[in-house]
Ligand binder design. Structure first.
Ligand code: AMP
Ligand code: ZN
Length: 120
């Protein structure tokens, strides 16, 4: 369930401290140590999973819980008018920590465009 060499597993076990904002049986959410927006949280399944590329049907409860809880956590932290949920995945997605995590990015001001705007 935990990978002894994984920093996010160490956050789950408490070996590495974090600023937790939410925890239940399946997932944990905490402040990113190097925030790039006024609200920058990370949400992770408690069980180790390398990336979204490795997800299986059995991961659906934890991954679904992340989606279901993200909006409430964003609001509670002050991102009350929208946010962005990002899951960097693998080499192409420039994932740095190999324990799947969703970034909640928000604040008071709109974020820059992430996807190219379609022309009318
Ligand atoms: P990614 O590039 O999607 O893999 O993002 C990894 C994120 O984890 C980065 O935004 C880091 O700032 C964040 N991070 C790394 N170590 C820690 C830590 N110990 N506590 C909180 N956030 C961390
Ligand atoms: Zn892990």
């Amino acid at each position: 369930m935990h990978d002894p060499n994984c920093i996010f597993c160490k956050i789950v076990t408490g070996e590495i401290p974090s600023r937790k904002v939410f925890e239940d049986d399946l997932i944990l959410a905490f402040h990113d140590i190097n925030p790039i927006t006024p609200v920058h949280l990370l949400m992770i399944p408690k069980a180790h999973l390398n990336s979204l590329s490795h997800a299986q049907e059995s991961d659906a409860p934890a991954l679904g819980r992340i989606m279901a809880v993200a909006g409430r956590l964003a609001r509670e932290q002050g991102a009350d008018d929208g946010f962005r949920l990002i899951v960097n995945t693998g080499r192409v997605g420039q994932q740095e920590v190999m324990h799947v995590h969703a970034h909640i990015l928000g604040g008071k001001e709109p974020l820059g465009p992430m996807l190219p705007r379609r022309r009318a």
